[in-house]
Design a protein around this ligand. Structure first.
Ligand code: GLN
Length: 231
């Protein structure tokens, strides 16, 4: 801790396009559930931070290489990740899904035999895809961002993509031209939390948890969710 009493500015890394958790709105502002929750908690707890939109895999890499103090990016709390990172309490429950172009002949995972599908590097939904690719006989192409993955399905290059369910449901509702054909809500379902390297920035975890409890209590947390999910 700083001897001169200057408060630390936490460097927080996030994804680029992962609506409704982080994205750039029509007004060109970087917004979303993660963005608003972090702002509300920081205001409640009185800490300062700088949010850097890097991409999911890049955000985790920045954390690992000490270039970020924390990641908030719709990041799944998993037992494997808990070996390397400390997570805050969860602020959202998620699952994974598979989506195709609207009206596609691919109606279920069994129709993906011999097809190319799109996955996002470093994610839970990719882990699900990897775990079933031999069973269904598809081949995975890797993308760094969700929007590039969707584009590959929209153009017909990939027949399907794998994504977190709340993110795909939001995208479908916004007219991304895709439709969900399968969901995995058991083994690959997970809660989202903010992550730090194990044993580091423990005070940030404590402040986040205390602030999260406060904004749940005050109703601000519900307002943030409603703003993005009930629009
Ligand atoms: N929830 C997923 C994970 O943590 C995806 C996160 C993301 O793409 N921003 O792996």
């Amino acid at each position: 801790d700083d001897v001169d009493g200057d408060a630390k500015t936490y460097l927080v890394a996030t994804d680029t396009t992962f609506a409704p958790f982080e994205f750039t709105n029509d007004a060109g502002e970087f917004v979303g559930i993660d963005v608003d929750i972090l702002a509300a908690i920081a205001a409640d707890q009185g800490f300062t931070y700088e949010l850097n939109s890097l991409g999911f895999d890049a955000a985790v890499a920045a954390l690992e290489s000490n270039q970020a103090d924390a990641v908030i990016a719709g990041m799944s709390i998993t037992p494997t990740r808990q070996e390397d990172y400390d997570f805050t309490d969860s602020y959202y429950q998620s699952s994974v899904c598979c989506a195709v172009k609207e009206g596609s002949d691919v109606k279920g995972l069994e129709d993906l035999a011999g097809q190319k599908v799109a996955g996002k590097t470093g994610t839970q939904s990719l882990d699900w895809a990897e775990s079933i690719k031999d069973q269904y006989g598809f081949e995975i192409t890797y993308f760094d961002t969700s929007d590039m993955m969707y584009q590959d399905v929209q153009t017909g290059n990939s027949m399907a993509c794998f994504e977190d369910t709340p993110v795909m449901e939001y995208g479908v509702a916004q007219g991304n031209g895709l439709q969900i054909i399968a969901k995995e809500e058991d083994e690959f379902a997970s809660p989202y939390g903010l992550a730090v390297m194990k044993g580091k920035n423990g005070e940030l975890i404590e402040m986040f948890n205390a602030g999260l409890a406060n904004i749940k209590e005050s109703g601000e947390y519900d307002e943030i969710l409603a703003k993005y999910l009930e629009a």
